[in-house]
Design a protein around this ligand. Structure first.
Ligand SMILES: *Cc1c(COP(=O)(O)O)cnc(C)c1O
Length: 367
């Protein structure tokens, strides 16, 4: 077994999906969002695990979709980000997202010139102000689509910029705008797929489910919804203490003399450092006075009331000694039984865990 790996528990993944499904009507479709290597959990394996239970996979980059096809996944794949590589989209049977008139014209030109069919969903602007077509461009969209024979409009979607929990009225406002778009499309098209919900709003805001919901972080663990539905974290890093030694009171540990020991100790080395995601600290970006103050208040709160460590042995926290290094972190293992056999758990988000750390998959029931 390798000294360090990310253990993904597929049983918990299925559990989370079933908990979310309890919130949905039977005919609501599910897009499992597996962008960013399935939020660090391994997109191919997560997609394989889910392929019997969802309707769509959502990816952010074209390469991510190609990767799924290369690995034999056959469900529809929706590319949420923009691309103009229509040949790759076509060859891999990927459903595109179109978010501007310009992009729509290019898609139509390409499909007509090549006599090849590509399906797309139109991204409409409701308040996120990232990608999206505006309401006053719809007539133009319609006349372009009417001329197109190979670019097939399959759905219309938007994206919530915030959650029902954090800013209910903004979310309601976005839904209201989305409904206006839907009214327009319903006058001219039948059977389009409408979707706007991400994880949190899927759980908290049933009225916005429409035909499909797009689930990302709720599949992978507890999310920031108002309603708690008992989601479970699905991954932990497990690492072996690869080296241990005794040190005397008064000795320094690590770079920059960042830690000085007050007692005799046994220390252990965990083979994970900041290169692989350990000890990344969030810093406030920008200089808005209020947000900087809030950041430091949170840090003080964390320092006083929360455990600073993220490394655990049999559920008990181990103190991190000094600062994490590039590839190692030193912990206090004084008093633990057999230093050669210690496996620790590291609790950090898999998103930050470098791809070179192996992902392993189990489907055991664990609490
Ligand atoms: C990432 C993403 C999602 C999933 O969001 P979660 O909050 O993780 O559920 C849904 N839709 C779009 C367009 C996204 O980019």
């Amino acid at each position: 077994m390798s000294d360090i790996y990310l253990e993904v528990n597929l049983h918990n993944l299925y559990y989370n999906l079933s908990k979310i499904k309890e919130q949905l009507s039977n005919d609501t479709m599910i897009m499992a969002v597996v962008k960013g290597n399935a939020y660090g959990h391994g997109s191919v394996e997560i997609a394989k695990a889910l392929s019997g239970d969802v309707n769509y996979f959502g990816v952010g980059l074209l390469d991510e979709g190609v990767e799924l096809r290369k690995n034999g996944l056959e469900l529809p794949i929706f590319l949420m980000g923009p691309t103009e590589e229509f040949d790759i989209v076509y060859e891999n049977n990927i459903t595109m997202s179109i978010c501007s008139l310009n992009q729509l014209r290019k898609l139509i030109d390409w499909t007509e010139n090549n006599k090849k069919t590509i399906k797309f969903h139109l991204k409409v602007e409701t308040g996120m102000n990232r990608f999206g077509i505006d309401y006053d461009q719809l007539e133009e969209v319609k006349s372009l689509c009417e001329k197109a024979t190979c670019a097939i409009l399959e759905g219309v979607y938007s994206h919530f910029a915030t959650t029902y929990k954090n800013n209910r009225s903004y979310v309601l406002g976005q839904k209201e705008k989305f409904d206006k778009y839907i009214t327009f499309f319903n006058q001219h098209y039948n059977g389009l797929i409408y979707h706007i919900c991400n994880s949190e709003n899927t759980i908290d805001y049933k009225e916005a489910h429409y035909n499909m919901v797009r689930l990302g972080n709720a599949l992978y663990g507890p999310c920031n919804s108002k309603k708690r539905i008992g989601l479970k974290k699905i991954a932990d890093i497990r690492a072996k203490i690869i080296y241990s030694k005794s040190i005397k009171a008064g000795e320094h540990i690590g770079y920059g003399n960042s830690y000085k020991s007050k007692q005799d100790k046994t220390i252990g080395i965990v083979p994970m450092g900041f290169y692989c995601g350990m000890g990344l600290i969030k810093k406030p970006i920008g200089s808005k006075f209020g947000s900087v103050i809030i950041y430091y208040l949170k840090e003080i709160y964390r320092y006083l009331f929360r455990n600073k460590t993220v490394i655990f042995y049999k559920g008990k926290p181990l103190e991190i000694l000094g600062r994490p290094n590039m590839q190692y972190t030193i912990v206090d293992i004084t008093g633990l039984d057999d230093p050669d056999e210690i496996m620790v758990e590291i609790k950090i988000s898999p998103i930050f865990v470098k791809e070179n750390i192996k992902r392993t998959y189990i489907s055991e029931v664990k609490s």
